[in-house]
Design a binder for this molecule. Structure first.
Ligand code: 5AD
Ligand code: SF4
Length: 444
């Protein structure tokens, strides 16, 4: 096969980021070369996101732009993969007939071969089977690599929760956990390559090890991963409040290396809405979890996801969401206007919230969160944190950037040679999204 220049454009979440990185390594292994722009590429691949309508629209408008490139150079292979491709399948070709290749969320390992099929036959190829293929998974993620000191590790695929608004179970398939020994081996290899921090990824890591039933549950997996030589920091995302066990909460206090940050999406502060969303917990349950987490690990940072304007959400229910925010005071929050996803259960609900109301609610919520983020970050001022240096900082020369155990970004005067090392840093000035600090000791 020729050596090709390939360009991957990624939309969406950390899972997609990681999948794209793994796909890039896989293609490089076959002798191809990753390039930074679509213009000079022989192969253009889009790894897409379908979580909200707007994400999906972005994919099609981007494809419209690549169409011109293809008109100039018809030999380019244009491929669409990931969640939109999985959901739409062949329909992608109807909307964008100039696309050559459609691959899904579980056929990434076949991309090199599929590109070759397109090139040799010049016909359109669609490969969107959603089979559970643990061997294919293992071969794919054998190509996982760190980005400097940090790496992602996909511990499970798919989701079986069927939250009423969410397209993920349809486009990422059934929940499937990878074997623990394979994961620990992957972490060992990453550590040997210089990685000191791993983030374990899954749509709902709390149910790790259940499908297929394994000997190791998530808290034990954490213990195994944290025990790997060279791994100093372990993070994970995402947790579902209905499955967050006491054992896992205790891991924050008991397992050295597990970082004091949890992303625990709450979605709404009103019980009726939570039920309609099929979230299967109450506000009281959520607040109980927050209380236990903070009791066992007082320095823990808490972030969350919230949706405004779920069908039928009343003013009072929205106020309940703001009240929940006031009670918890999150360190950070991702908030979204509800977006109808065809095929989901919520798509059948008939009581839509007008767009203008959604916008107003979102703006109010984000204003409140801005205050809360700042309040949380200001509380760091004067304190010393161990900051893992990631590299040079955007804020200026001579500054480096890193993260505290709570995953907060701090910029401070330092040397890029400190990359991958932990430095004690006193926070001097906090802002909403990052803080300034000064090193108060040597890099460890
Ligand atoms: N509309 C708006 N937000 C959504 N999310 C998932 N599906 C939708 C949707 N249809 C949000 C949830 C989830 C995050 C990843 O995206 O808050 O936690
Ligand atoms: Fe979507 Fe719910 Fe699964 Fe998260 S847990 S991916 S919100 S269905």
């Amino acid at each position: 096969m020729d050596n090709l220049r390939f360009y991957i454009q990624t939309f969406g979440c950390q899972m997609n980021d990681h999948d794209s990185a793994v796909l890039a390594r896989l293609l490089e292994e076959q002798g191809h070369l990753e390039v930074e722009t679509a213009e000079g590429a022989d192969v253009i691949l889009l790894n897409t996101c379908a979580i909200r309508e707007r994400a999906e629209q972005k994919v099609y408008s981007q494809l419209g732009r690549y169409r011109f490139l293809k008109e100039k150079r018809p030999e380019i292979v244009l491929g669409v993969g990931g969640c939109v491709a999985q959901g739409e399948g062949r329909k992608v070709l109807r909307r964008a007939p100039y696309v050559d290749l459609v691959f899904g969320t579980r056929t990434l390992h076949r991309v090199p071969e599929l590109v070759e099929a397109v090139r040799s036959g010049r016909r359109q190829v669609v490969a969107t089977a959603l089979d559970d293929d643990p061997v294919a998974l293992a071969t794919l993620y054998a190509h996982a690599a760190g980005r400097g000191p940090r790496a992602y590790v996909t511990v499970m695929q798919g989701c079986d929760n069927y939250c009423a608004y969410c397209v993920v179970p349809y486009v990422r398939g059934r929940e499937l956990s990878r074997p623990a020994d394979e994961l620990v081996e992957e972490v060992r290899r990453l550590a040997a390559e210089g990685v000191v921090e791993v983030t374990l990824l899954g749509q709902n890591v709390n149910s790790y090890g259940q499908k297929p039933p394994g000997e190791v549950d998530f808290p034990s997996l954490l213990r195994h991963v944290a025990a790997v030589d060279g791994i100093r920091r372990v993070r994970f995302t995402t947790s579902h409040p209905k499955d967050l066990s006491d054992d896992l909460i205790r891991a924050f206090a008991e397992v050295p290396g597990v970082m004091p940050h949890i992303h625990l999406p709450v979605q709404s502060g009103a019980d009726r809405v939570l039920t309609a969303m099929n979230r299967r917990y109450t506000v009281a349950h959520y607040l109980g979890l927050v209380e236990r987490l903070r009791r066992l690990r007082p320095d823990i940072a808490l972030t969350s996801d919230l949706i405004v304007g779920f069908p039928g959400e009343t003013d009072a229910e929205f106020e309940a969401t703001l009240a929940l925010m006031e009670q918890v005071v999150f360190d950070g929050l991702f908030s979204f206007k509800y977006s109808l996803r065809p095929g989901t259960r919520a798509a059948e609900l008939t009581d839509p919230v007008p767009e203008a109301v959604k916008e107003e609610r979102l703006a109010r919520l984000q204003r409140l969160q801005g205050e809360h983020s700042l309040r949380r970050n200001r509380a760091m001022e004067g304190q010393v944190f161990s900051v893992l240096v990631e590299g040079g900082s955007k804020v200026g020369d001579g500054q480096v950037m890193g993260r505290t155990p709570q995953n907060k970004i701090v910029n401070f005067a330092g040397e890029v040679a400190w990359r991958a090392r932990e430095v004690p840093v006193r926070v001097t000035a906090a802002a909403v999204n990052s803080s300034r600090g000064e090193a108060v000791g040597p890099a460890g």
